[in-house]
Design a protein around this ligand. Sequence first.
Ligand code: BJ8
Length: 425
Amino acid sequence: MKKHYDMWEELGMDLDKHDEFLEPLPEVYGDLFVSQENRPEAMEYYDFVVGDIHGIRVKELMEEKEQGNPVISSFCVFVPDELVTAAGGASIGLCAGAPFPVQRGEKELGSSDLCPLIKSSIGFKMDKICPYFEVSDFVVGETTCDGKKKAWEILDKEIPTYVMELPQTKSEAAHELWKSEVNRFKEYIEDTSGREIKAEKVAEAIELINKKRDVLQRLYDTRKVDPAPISGKDALLITQLAFFDDPERFIEKTSALCDELEKRIEAGEGVAKEGAPRILIAGTPMPLPSWKIHSLIEGNGGIVVCEETCTGTRYFEAKVPEDGETLEEQIDNLAKRGMNINCACFTPNEDRVDDILRLADEYDVDGVIYYNLQFCQTYNMEYNKIAEALKEENIPVTQIESDFSDSDTGQLNTRIEAFLEMIQG
Ligand code: BJ8
């Protein structure tokens, strides 16, 4: 990692703090990931990416910038990456799942009673420990929840922060609003980059990003089998890395992994014992490097087979229709995808209940762990109706509220152990 010091210095990062932040990563990663038995060989690529997490990819992004290509970062799956790709640039999803920068985030936001994802993301910028923040031309925020909305005002003082106004309902008028927001975003990219976004390039970008979604779906399909050929931890890691890897390379490497997993399925080879309790996690996102819940479930003999989260199915299930020929049609199609994502920020949001029941069936789950980041009201308030629907189908469910710290690990371990025992009993 030391070989990248010059680059990080050039980006204006706080090198001491950055060292402190990254220092525990090799040991933690080794314990959680590398030590897993019977791991697919193709995981080597993702190990390499994590091993050089602030290195090669950042260098690639700096090179993009030198060529005049826009580099744009965001925190939400609603942001249409396709338009950045069509402008010849790179769109990256920033990390926001580390406890290290939370304290700094709390100080800047003026409160500790806020979602840890928001505190972590603001802390990353203020502490100057994330090179992806530093290499970005601007950040795209969205009006999905109150905490995020106000955080953008603070972030904008540090880095240009463009805000997309996400509607709160899925009415026809809401679709029109989102369509105009997608169009406004296109114009903003054009204005800031000096690049005209053409229909031909948008069509190519839609196809490319849909292919990324397809390969993630293929990966998730392999998890429908018992015994699952890949651990939930590894699958989560891959989705987390999908947010900032080069899309073409990610598709190639993940396709190679899927080839291996499909062969494992044919051979009846799995990572967990056949019959191990199969868990669906539903709820708030788990951005890098948030691996706590998966580790606890799999450390207690369960296997996570699906995530109904934005670092799971909400990231890739909704695709952009590819039939748009004109820019207007393509913008409409990009807006349609947003309206098909069932985030708890919408009211009403009944389709999310159907999604969870469908996923529980497709992945043949034995139980659902509803994961709620602390202080996320919208996801918290959707729990009761989801629990009721699952209970009607005789699917056990429990709710876990947590943050990114280790302070509740012991307590969560006891609860998860008891939940898995109850399912098996
Ligand atoms: S599409 S889930 S990524 S908004 S920040 S709402 S956890 S209190 S992240 Fe999200 Fe987009 Fe929806 Fe997905 Fe709650 Fe925290 Fe707000 Fe959050």
